[in-house]
Design a protein around this ligand. Sequence first.
Ligand SMILES: *Cc1c(COP(=O)(O)O)cnc(C)c1O
Length: 210
Amino acid sequence: MDGDLAPIPELLALCERHDAWLYVDDAHGFGVLGDGGRGSLSHWRVPASAASRLIYMATLGKAAGVAGAFLAGGHAVIEWLLQRARTYMFATAAPAMIAEALRASLRVIEAEGWRRERLAELREKLRVGLQGLPWHAPHSDTAIQPLILGDNATALAVMAALEERGIWVPAIRPPTVPVGTARLRITLSADHRVEDVDRLCTALRDIATH
Ligand SMILES: *Cc1c(COP(=O)(O)O)cnc(C)c1O
């Protein structure tokens, strides 16, 4: 909800100290962050030697645009889950159609770095465009760009005013986020155009001054 990044190297150092494992849920990192969209571990340059302490999960319904999720870890962990994870054992396998769509997605993720570049361009455009508004836009290096409005009523009113202007940005309120930090969760996508970001910023400025 903040668009922030978990400090994975520090968390791994903590795990090292306490002989613990780290489970990474990279639903928003996979396909977006790191070299070739490989995700948060690549973003943080986590060395391969850390793999024995890591369980890496990413979902496939966000950047990959398909459905489902995958889990990567050491051989023993994966074997154990195959034998013991009831939700996995008693569910029907993902259809081949989904697997093939995912293979196509993975090729796009790997080959089309321009999508991540576009995202970075849009992010920068938005950062500049949100300046001067009466609301706080915390720094975010991800596709998620929060605009903190404070109270619930304001968040809902601004969301409605944007919707009237044909722009869909969901308001996120407590308990999903801490009390007093109701916000708009702006989510950028490589499919957005610079003009879309301009239109959003113009609309927000208009709403802020009325
Ligand atoms: C979206 C999300 C999930 C769930 O993904 P589904 O594909 O809807 O099952 C899990 N973890 C995080 C952090 C998410 O953002």
